[in-house]
Design a protein. Sequence first.
Length: 337
Amino acid sequence: MLAYAARRLLLAIPTVVGITLLTFLVGHGLPHDLVLVNLGDRASHDPGLVQAFRHRLGLDRPLPVQYLIHLNNIVHGDLGVSIATNRAVREELWLALPATIELAVVAVVVALPPGIFFGILAASRRNSFWDLLTRSFAVVGLAVPTFWLALLLLIVFYFHLGWAVGPGRLDAGFAPPPALTGMYTIDAFVARDYPLFWNAIAHLLLPAAVLAIICCSFIARVTREKMVEVLGQDYIRVAHAKGLSGIRVVTSHALRNALIPVMTVAGTLFAQLMAGSVLTETIFSWPGLGRYAFSSASNLDFPAIMGVALAVGLIYTAINLAVDLIYGLVNPRIRFE
């Protein structure tokens, strides 16, 4: 297993380097002038100031040298300074990322068990009521736009019924807990501030429910399709012929082989949520990575945009690496391929 993990880790290194190169080239290919954006119209007419600014950013050097400077800055955690806030992009990403992690983890954890369960139930009872219900839920969940579902839940459960709290991470009367992880639920629980903990949970419910419904639809559909395929294999018929119960055949023989594509979908969904659910975070005023990316794009904050692009690329690489390692645990044959 260690050799398999080492191989996967080595394969991830060129991907990371490629991501840094791609973000660098995209940043230099955008139709904007960094000098004009940072200094403004008046200051950009001062030749001495422009030359000093270009030298400070390394813009007066050849493109390969600029990329090496860019790579060195990334290694040292320097992602530039936001034009809109004049703060380090690294600091702003670290503030936004825990909120997205909190939301994404809860959504995927809530979506996985029912998605897998109903997918198995639908596959083992094809053309039954449960199969029709699962397929209908999957189709609706995949077809409904995210922003429409978010607005629907917000209008019904917050405005009309009053069962849920409003947008944001906390009510106006609560101060954020002492920063430990940046995730309010964990930090409040560690600080033993239980009213704050439950308030953070209440604010997490609606946005997490929106994302969980969509994720559950994907997972249920893929689980059903793969389980139908696996349950038709010869070794499953042999297991039934030996007198094994249906539950044991499904859990001990079919499920493990069907989990590979399910894990792929779950990992991809988690990576997408970690990259920022722009519409959900914007509608619920959730200060995560998606909302930060949206505000950066709206303000033409190019250093922040490039920082978000780099962060998203690294997130996808890390999650894909984690999924590959889980593959090796679920199916030992993959380690030797």
